[in-house]
Design a protein around this ligand. Structure first.
Ligand code: SPV
Ligand code: MG
Length: 433
Protein backbone atom coordinates (compact mmCIF):
# COMPACT_ATOMS: atom_id res chain seq x y z
CA UNK A 1 0.00 0.00 0.00
CA UNK A 2 1.20 3.52 -0.78
CA UNK A 3 2.68 5.29 2.23
CA UNK A 4 1.14 8.52 3.53
CA UNK A 5 2.86 11.78 4.41
CA UNK A 6 0.88 14.20 6.55
CA UNK A 7 1.51 17.89 7.07
CA UNK A 8 -0.53 20.50 8.91
CA UNK A 9 -1.01 24.06 7.59
CA UNK A 10 -2.62 27.03 9.31
CA UNK A 11 -1.53 29.66 6.82
CA UNK A 12 -3.78 32.00 4.81
CA UNK A 13 -1.21 32.49 2.05
CA UNK A 14 0.95 29.90 0.31
CA UNK A 15 4.59 30.78 -0.16
CA UNK A 16 7.77 29.00 -1.21
CA UNK A 17 8.19 27.47 2.24
CA UNK A 18 4.86 25.64 2.02
CA UNK A 19 5.53 24.50 -1.56
CA UNK A 20 8.83 23.10 -0.41
CA UNK A 21 7.15 21.11 2.37
CA UNK A 22 4.71 19.60 -0.13
CA UNK A 23 7.59 18.77 -2.50
CA UNK A 24 9.47 17.01 0.31
CA UNK A 25 6.34 15.19 1.53
CA UNK A 26 5.69 13.92 -1.99
CA UNK A 27 8.96 11.99 -1.84
CA UNK A 28 7.50 9.86 0.96
CA UNK A 29 4.08 9.00 -0.48
CA UNK A 30 0.53 10.27 -0.79
CA UNK A 31 0.33 13.84 0.60
CA UNK A 32 -2.44 14.68 3.05
CA UNK A 33 -2.63 18.28 4.26
CA UNK A 34 -4.42 19.06 7.51
CA UNK A 35 -6.08 22.46 7.82
CA UNK A 36 -5.72 23.58 11.44
CA UNK A 37 -9.14 24.71 12.67
CA UNK A 38 -9.77 28.30 13.79
CA UNK A 39 -10.23 27.33 17.44
CA UNK A 40 -6.78 25.71 17.65
CA UNK A 41 -5.12 28.28 15.43
CA UNK A 42 -6.01 31.26 17.64
CA UNK A 43 -4.43 29.62 20.67
CA UNK A 44 -0.88 29.58 19.30
CA UNK A 45 -0.84 31.15 15.88
CA UNK A 46 -2.24 34.30 14.38
CA UNK A 47 -5.92 34.92 13.81
CA UNK A 48 -7.03 33.54 10.41
CA UNK A 49 -8.01 36.16 7.83
CA UNK A 50 -9.86 33.65 5.63
CA UNK A 51 -12.34 30.95 6.63
CA UNK A 52 -11.55 27.28 7.23
CA UNK A 53 -13.39 26.45 4.00
CA UNK A 54 -11.31 28.94 2.01
CA UNK A 55 -8.10 27.62 3.55
CA UNK A 56 -9.04 24.04 2.61
CA UNK A 57 -9.68 25.15 -0.97
CA UNK A 58 -6.38 26.98 -1.04
CA UNK A 59 -4.47 23.91 0.16
CA UNK A 60 -6.33 21.67 -2.33
CA UNK A 61 -5.16 23.88 -5.18
CA UNK A 62 -1.47 23.21 -4.43
CA UNK A 63 0.15 20.88 -6.93
CA UNK A 64 1.14 17.60 -5.32
CA UNK A 65 -1.54 17.65 -2.59
CA UNK A 66 -3.65 14.47 -2.71
CA UNK A 67 -6.23 15.33 -0.08
CA UNK A 68 -7.07 17.94 2.54
CA UNK A 69 -8.74 17.29 5.88
CA UNK A 70 -9.53 19.36 8.98
CA UNK A 71 -7.25 19.14 12.04
CA UNK A 72 -9.01 20.44 15.14
CA UNK A 73 -6.44 19.50 17.75
CA UNK A 74 -3.30 21.63 17.92
CA UNK A 75 -1.45 18.60 19.37
CA UNK A 76 -2.40 16.39 16.34
CA UNK A 77 -4.16 13.68 18.43
CA UNK A 78 -7.32 13.65 16.30
CA UNK A 79 -5.70 13.27 12.88
CA UNK A 80 -2.97 10.91 13.95
CA UNK A 81 -5.42 8.57 15.64
CA UNK A 82 -7.55 8.51 12.52
CA UNK A 83 -4.88 8.40 9.80
CA UNK A 84 -1.83 6.80 11.37
CA UNK A 85 0.32 8.56 8.74
CA UNK A 86 3.66 6.89 7.99
CA UNK A 87 5.33 10.29 7.93
CA UNK A 88 4.57 13.64 9.55
CA UNK A 89 6.32 16.40 7.63
CA UNK A 90 6.90 19.86 9.15
CA UNK A 91 9.25 22.84 8.83
CA UNK A 92 12.18 22.42 11.23
CA UNK A 93 11.12 25.60 13.02
CA UNK A 94 9.12 23.36 15.37
CA UNK A 95 12.32 21.85 16.74
CA UNK A 96 12.89 25.21 18.52
CA UNK A 97 10.88 27.56 20.71
CA UNK A 98 7.46 26.90 22.18
CA UNK A 99 6.30 24.73 19.26
CA UNK A 100 8.84 22.10 20.30
CA UNK A 101 6.22 20.78 22.77
CA UNK A 102 3.96 19.96 19.84
CA UNK A 103 6.77 18.18 18.02
CA UNK A 104 7.68 16.05 21.03
CA UNK A 105 4.03 15.11 21.57
CA UNK A 106 3.68 14.12 17.90
CA UNK A 107 6.93 12.17 18.14
CA UNK A 108 5.54 10.23 21.08
CA UNK A 109 2.26 9.30 19.40
CA UNK A 110 3.64 8.40 15.96
CA UNK A 111 6.44 6.28 17.39
CA UNK A 112 3.80 4.02 18.98
CA UNK A 113 2.95 2.61 15.55
CA UNK A 114 6.29 3.17 13.78
CA UNK A 115 5.54 6.59 12.23
CA UNK A 116 8.39 8.97 11.51
CA UNK A 117 8.77 12.77 11.66
CA UNK A 118 10.50 14.51 8.75
CA UNK A 119 11.84 17.99 9.62
CA UNK A 120 12.22 20.09 6.48
CA UNK A 121 14.64 23.04 6.67
CA UNK A 122 12.52 26.18 7.07
CA UNK A 123 12.56 28.49 4.03
CA UNK A 124 13.18 32.03 5.20
CA UNK A 125 14.10 34.37 2.37
CA UNK A 126 13.11 37.98 1.58
CA UNK A 127 10.02 36.93 -0.38
CA UNK A 128 8.74 34.70 2.42
CA UNK A 129 9.48 37.38 5.01
CA UNK A 130 7.57 39.92 2.94
CA UNK A 131 4.49 37.68 2.69
CA UNK A 132 4.58 37.07 6.45
CA UNK A 133 4.76 40.83 7.07
CA UNK A 134 1.92 41.52 4.66
CA UNK A 135 -0.25 39.03 6.53
CA UNK A 136 0.55 40.74 9.83
CA UNK A 137 -0.17 44.10 8.28
CA UNK A 138 -3.58 42.93 7.14
CA UNK A 139 -4.43 41.80 10.68
CA UNK A 140 -3.40 45.16 12.10
CA UNK A 141 -5.66 47.21 9.81
CA UNK A 142 -8.67 48.81 11.53
CA UNK A 143 -11.30 46.96 9.48
CA UNK A 144 -9.80 43.56 10.32
CA UNK A 145 -8.84 44.31 13.90
CA UNK A 146 -12.14 45.93 14.91
CA UNK A 147 -14.39 42.99 14.07
CA UNK A 148 -12.13 40.42 15.68
CA UNK A 149 -13.53 40.71 19.21
CA UNK A 150 -16.98 39.63 18.02
CA UNK A 151 -15.36 36.82 16.05
CA UNK A 152 -13.40 35.69 19.10
CA UNK A 153 -16.50 35.60 21.30
CA UNK A 154 -17.97 33.12 18.81
CA UNK A 155 -14.78 31.06 18.63
CA UNK A 156 -13.49 30.57 22.13
CA UNK A 157 -15.17 29.89 25.50
CA UNK A 158 -13.03 32.60 27.14
CA UNK A 159 -11.63 35.61 25.37
CA UNK A 160 -8.48 36.28 27.42
CA UNK A 161 -7.57 39.94 27.59
CA UNK A 162 -4.41 41.46 29.06
CA UNK A 163 -3.77 45.12 29.80
CA UNK A 164 -1.48 47.14 27.55
CA UNK A 165 -0.57 50.80 28.01
CA UNK A 166 2.35 51.31 25.59
CA UNK A 167 4.01 49.84 22.52
CA UNK A 168 6.18 47.55 24.60
CA UNK A 169 3.36 46.18 26.77
CA UNK A 170 1.31 45.76 23.58
CA UNK A 171 4.17 43.68 22.16
CA UNK A 172 4.25 41.52 25.28
CA UNK A 173 0.53 40.76 24.91
CA UNK A 174 0.99 40.23 21.18
CA UNK A 175 3.94 37.86 21.32
CA UNK A 176 3.73 35.89 24.54
CA UNK A 177 2.95 32.23 23.79
CA UNK A 178 3.47 29.58 26.46
CA UNK A 179 2.98 25.90 27.09
CA UNK A 180 0.09 25.91 29.54
CA UNK A 181 -0.67 23.49 32.37
CA UNK A 182 -2.79 21.36 30.02
CA UNK A 183 0.23 20.73 27.79
CA UNK A 184 -0.97 22.82 24.83
CA UNK A 185 0.10 26.29 23.73
CA UNK A 186 -1.77 29.39 24.77
CA UNK A 187 -1.74 33.14 24.24
CA UNK A 188 -3.86 36.22 24.95
CA UNK A 189 -6.64 37.12 22.53
CA UNK A 190 -6.92 40.86 23.03
CA UNK A 191 -5.64 43.95 24.87
CA UNK A 192 -7.32 46.08 27.55
CA UNK A 193 -6.45 49.73 27.46
CA UNK A 194 -6.92 50.31 31.17
CA UNK A 195 -7.57 53.84 32.46
CA UNK A 196 -5.77 52.89 35.68
CA UNK A 197 -2.60 51.81 33.86
CA UNK A 198 -2.69 54.53 31.22
CA UNK A 199 -2.92 57.07 34.08
CA UNK A 200 -0.44 55.37 36.43
CA UNK A 201 2.27 55.14 33.80
CA UNK A 202 1.93 58.91 33.37
CA UNK A 203 2.13 59.41 37.14
CA UNK A 204 -1.49 60.62 37.26
CA UNK A 205 -4.49 59.48 39.33
CA UNK A 206 -7.20 57.40 37.63
CA UNK A 207 -9.86 60.15 37.67
CA UNK A 208 -10.42 60.83 33.95
CA UNK A 209 -7.60 63.37 34.16
CA UNK A 210 -5.62 61.90 31.26
CA UNK A 211 -7.66 63.34 28.40
CA UNK A 212 -9.02 61.48 25.39
CA UNK A 213 -6.46 62.93 22.99
CA UNK A 214 -3.73 61.40 25.13
CA UNK A 215 -5.63 58.11 25.50
CA UNK A 216 -6.02 57.93 21.69
CA UNK A 217 -2.28 58.51 21.35
CA UNK A 218 -1.69 55.47 23.57
CA UNK A 219 -3.99 53.44 21.31
CA UNK A 220 -1.92 54.47 18.31
CA UNK A 221 1.34 53.57 20.04
CA UNK A 222 -0.13 50.10 20.51
CA UNK A 223 -1.80 49.65 17.12
CA UNK A 224 1.43 50.62 15.34
CA UNK A 225 3.23 47.51 16.61
CA UNK A 226 0.50 44.91 17.26
CA UNK A 227 -2.36 43.07 15.53
CA UNK A 228 -4.58 41.90 18.40
CA UNK A 229 -7.95 43.53 19.08
CA UNK A 230 -8.37 46.27 21.69
CA UNK A 231 -11.00 46.85 24.36
CA UNK A 232 -10.86 50.47 25.49
CA UNK A 233 -11.61 51.48 29.08
CA UNK A 234 -13.82 54.51 28.45
CA UNK A 235 -14.30 55.36 32.17
CA UNK A 236 -17.72 57.04 32.46
CA UNK A 237 -17.75 57.90 28.76
CA UNK A 238 -17.86 61.57 29.82
CA UNK A 239 -20.71 63.75 28.64
CA UNK A 240 -23.04 62.05 26.16
CA UNK A 241 -22.34 64.88 23.69
CA UNK A 242 -18.64 63.98 23.88
CA UNK A 243 -19.08 60.21 24.04
CA UNK A 244 -20.55 60.06 20.53
CA UNK A 245 -17.32 61.56 19.18
CA UNK A 246 -15.25 59.11 21.21
CA UNK A 247 -17.17 56.22 19.67
CA UNK A 248 -16.45 57.44 16.13
CA UNK A 249 -12.75 57.92 16.86
CA UNK A 250 -12.39 54.51 18.48
CA UNK A 251 -14.04 52.86 15.50
CA UNK A 252 -11.74 54.67 13.11
CA UNK A 253 -8.70 53.61 15.14
CA UNK A 254 -9.77 49.98 14.83
CA UNK A 255 -10.74 49.50 18.49
CA UNK A 256 -13.26 46.66 18.94
CA UNK A 257 -15.12 47.78 22.04
CA UNK A 258 -15.45 50.50 24.63
CA UNK A 259 -16.55 49.75 28.18
CA UNK A 260 -18.27 52.61 30.01
CA UNK A 261 -19.18 52.50 33.68
CA UNK A 262 -22.38 53.78 35.26
CA UNK A 263 -20.77 56.50 37.34
CA UNK A 264 -20.94 60.27 37.13
CA UNK A 265 -19.14 63.28 38.58
CA UNK A 266 -15.59 62.70 39.76
CA UNK A 267 -14.84 59.11 38.79
CA UNK A 268 -12.45 57.30 41.09
CA UNK A 269 -10.99 53.85 40.59
CA UNK A 270 -13.46 51.09 41.44
CA UNK A 271 -10.98 49.26 43.62
CA UNK A 272 -11.41 52.07 46.19
CA UNK A 273 -15.04 50.94 46.50
CA UNK A 274 -16.93 52.97 49.10
CA UNK A 275 -13.73 54.27 50.74
CA UNK A 276 -14.02 57.35 48.52
CA UNK A 277 -16.98 59.43 47.36
CA UNK A 278 -18.33 57.97 44.08
CA UNK A 279 -21.71 58.63 42.50
CA UNK A 280 -23.58 56.11 40.41
CA UNK A 281 -25.41 57.40 37.34
CA UNK A 282 -29.13 56.61 37.20
CA UNK A 283 -30.39 53.89 34.90
CA UNK A 284 -31.92 56.58 32.68
CA UNK A 285 -28.72 58.66 32.45
CA UNK A 286 -26.60 55.66 31.53
CA UNK A 287 -29.20 54.32 29.07
CA UNK A 288 -29.28 57.64 27.22
CA UNK A 289 -25.49 57.52 26.85
CA UNK A 290 -25.48 53.93 25.60
CA UNK A 291 -28.25 54.63 23.09
CA UNK A 292 -26.50 57.76 21.81
CA UNK A 293 -23.25 55.82 21.37
CA UNK A 294 -25.00 53.03 19.49
CA UNK A 295 -26.69 55.56 17.23
CA UNK A 296 -23.37 57.28 16.51
CA UNK A 297 -21.39 54.20 15.55
CA UNK A 298 -20.93 53.57 11.85
CA UNK A 299 -19.77 49.95 11.70
CA UNK A 300 -21.62 46.82 12.82
CA UNK A 301 -18.42 45.52 14.39
CA UNK A 302 -17.94 47.98 17.23
CA UNK A 303 -19.26 47.07 20.69
CA UNK A 304 -20.40 49.32 23.51
CA UNK A 305 -20.23 47.39 26.77
CA UNK A 306 -21.98 48.70 29.88
CA UNK A 307 -20.15 48.30 33.18
CA UNK A 308 -22.20 48.04 36.33
CA UNK A 309 -20.80 49.43 39.57
CA UNK A 310 -23.63 48.39 41.91
CA UNK A 311 -21.59 45.70 43.67
CA UNK A 312 -18.58 48.00 44.01
CA UNK A 313 -20.79 50.70 45.53
CA UNK A 314 -22.70 48.17 47.67
CA UNK A 315 -26.07 48.85 46.06
CA UNK A 316 -26.99 45.18 45.99
CA UNK A 317 -27.47 42.34 43.55
CA UNK A 318 -31.01 43.25 42.52
CA UNK A 319 -29.90 46.73 41.55
CA UNK A 320 -27.06 45.26 39.46
CA UNK A 321 -29.42 42.87 37.68
CA UNK A 322 -32.03 45.53 37.04
CA UNK A 323 -29.36 47.75 35.51
CA UNK A 324 -27.99 44.94 33.35
CA UNK A 325 -31.40 44.27 31.81
CA UNK A 326 -32.03 47.99 31.28
CA UNK A 327 -28.64 48.61 29.66
CA UNK A 328 -29.09 45.68 27.28
CA UNK A 329 -32.47 47.14 26.38
CA UNK A 330 -30.81 50.51 25.74
CA UNK A 331 -28.54 48.81 23.19
CA UNK A 332 -25.46 47.67 25.13
CA UNK A 333 -23.59 44.90 23.28
CA UNK A 334 -22.23 43.41 26.49
CA UNK A 335 -22.29 43.74 30.27
CA UNK A 336 -19.27 44.05 32.54
CA UNK A 337 -19.91 43.30 36.18
CA UNK A 338 -17.29 44.35 38.70
CA UNK A 339 -16.52 43.46 42.30
CA UNK A 340 -13.65 44.08 44.67
CA UNK A 341 -14.35 41.18 46.99
CA UNK A 342 -11.65 38.56 47.48
CA UNK A 343 -14.15 35.79 46.82
CA UNK A 344 -15.89 35.46 43.44
CA UNK A 345 -19.29 34.54 44.99
CA UNK A 346 -21.17 37.74 44.19
CA UNK A 347 -19.82 37.81 40.63
CA UNK A 348 -20.90 34.21 40.09
CA UNK A 349 -24.33 34.88 41.56
CA UNK A 350 -24.75 37.84 39.22
CA UNK A 351 -23.66 35.81 36.18
CA UNK A 352 -25.94 32.88 37.02
CA UNK A 353 -28.96 35.10 37.61
CA UNK A 354 -28.24 37.23 34.53
CA UNK A 355 -27.97 34.10 32.38
CA UNK A 356 -31.38 32.84 33.59
CA UNK A 357 -33.04 35.45 31.40
CA UNK A 358 -30.31 36.44 28.96
CA UNK A 359 -28.37 33.67 27.27
CA UNK A 360 -26.79 35.77 24.54
CA UNK A 361 -25.37 39.09 25.73
CA UNK A 362 -21.61 38.75 26.30
CA UNK A 363 -20.51 39.00 29.94
CA UNK A 364 -17.19 40.55 30.95
CA UNK A 365 -15.38 40.25 34.28
CA UNK A 366 -12.17 41.69 35.71
CA UNK A 367 -10.83 39.28 38.34
CA UNK A 368 -8.26 41.57 40.01
CA UNK A 369 -9.31 40.94 43.61
CA UNK A 370 -11.18 37.61 43.20
CA UNK A 371 -8.11 36.18 41.53
CA UNK A 372 -8.33 32.52 42.54
CA UNK A 373 -11.06 31.71 40.06
CA UNK A 374 -9.96 30.27 36.71
CA UNK A 375 -11.08 31.20 33.23
CA UNK A 376 -12.91 27.91 32.71
CA UNK A 377 -14.79 28.25 36.03
CA UNK A 378 -15.92 31.71 34.95
CA UNK A 379 -16.92 30.39 31.51
CA UNK A 380 -19.03 27.72 33.23
CA UNK A 381 -21.04 30.59 34.76
CA UNK A 382 -21.59 32.26 31.39
CA UNK A 383 -18.63 34.68 31.32
CA UNK A 384 -17.29 35.34 27.81
CA UNK A 385 -14.46 37.82 28.36
CA UNK A 386 -11.90 37.82 31.17
CA UNK A 387 -9.77 40.94 31.53
CA UNK A 388 -6.46 40.95 33.42
CA UNK A 389 -6.67 44.68 33.96
CA UNK A 390 -3.43 45.84 35.56
CA UNK A 391 -1.01 42.96 36.19
CA UNK A 392 1.72 44.06 33.75
CA UNK A 393 1.93 47.49 35.36
CA UNK A 394 1.83 46.08 38.87
CA UNK A 395 4.60 43.59 38.15
CA UNK A 396 6.88 46.12 36.41
CA UNK A 397 6.62 48.76 39.13
CA UNK A 398 8.16 46.82 42.06
CA UNK A 399 10.93 45.51 39.77
CA UNK A 400 11.86 49.05 38.65
CA UNK A 401 11.67 50.41 42.19
CA UNK A 402 13.97 47.72 43.57
CA UNK A 403 16.51 48.34 40.79
CA UNK A 404 16.49 52.09 41.51
CA UNK A 405 16.96 51.44 45.24
CA UNK A 406 19.82 49.01 44.73
CA UNK A 407 21.77 51.25 42.35
CA UNK A 408 21.49 54.06 44.90
CA UNK A 409 22.54 51.73 47.67
CA UNK A 410 25.63 50.24 45.96
CA UNK A 411 26.68 53.31 43.93
CA UNK A 412 26.97 51.13 40.84
CA UNK A 413 24.82 48.85 38.67
CA UNK A 414 26.62 45.54 39.06
CA UNK A 415 24.43 44.26 41.90
CA UNK A 416 21.26 44.53 39.83
CA UNK A 417 22.71 43.00 36.68
CA UNK A 418 21.43 39.46 37.26
CA UNK A 419 17.84 40.55 37.02
CA UNK A 420 18.24 42.71 33.90
CA UNK A 421 17.47 41.71 30.36
CA UNK A 422 20.84 41.41 28.57
CA UNK A 423 21.73 44.40 26.37
CA UNK A 424 21.88 42.24 23.21
CA UNK A 425 18.33 41.04 23.90
CA UNK A 426 16.86 44.45 24.55
CA UNK A 427 18.21 45.81 21.28
CA UNK A 428 16.78 42.91 19.28
CA UNK A 429 13.44 42.85 21.11
CA UNK A 430 11.91 45.25 18.67
CA UNK A 431 11.43 44.13 15.05
CA UNK A 432 13.14 46.35 12.45
CA UNK A 433 11.69 46.99 9.02
C1 SPV B 1 -9.00 49.80 34.85
O1 SPV B 1 -8.19 48.91 34.59
O2 SPV B 1 -8.74 50.99 34.73
C2 SPV B 1 -10.35 49.46 35.31
C3 SPV B 1 -10.57 48.22 36.08
O3 SPV B 1 -11.24 50.25 35.11
S1 SPV B 1 -10.46 48.62 37.75
O4 SPV B 1 -9.15 49.24 37.98
O5 SPV B 1 -10.61 47.40 38.51
O6 SPV B 1 -11.53 49.58 38.07
MG1 MG C 1 -10.60 52.15 34.55
Amino acid sequence: MEKTAYTCFSTDVIHEGHLNIIKEAKKYGKVIVGCLGDKASIRHNRFPTISEKQRMELYRSIEGVDSVIMQQDMMYDDVIEELHPDFVVHGDNWTRGVEAVIRSHVQEIVSQYGGVIIDVPYTYNDKVRRIELQLRERLSMPEYRRKRLRQLIGLTPTVKVMEAHSGITGLIVEKTVVEDDKGGLDQFDAMWLSSLCDSTVKGKPDIELVDMTSRFRTIEDITEVTTKPIIFDGDTGGMTEHFVYTVRTLERLGVSAVIIEDKKGLKQNSLFGTEVEQTQATIEEMSVKIAAGKKAQLTDDFMIIARIESLILEKGMDDALERAAAFVKAGADGIMIHSRRKEPDEILEFCDRFRESDKATPLVVVPSSFNTITESELAAHGVNIVIYANQLTRSAFPAMKKTAEDILKYHRAKEVDDRLMPIDQIITLIDRI
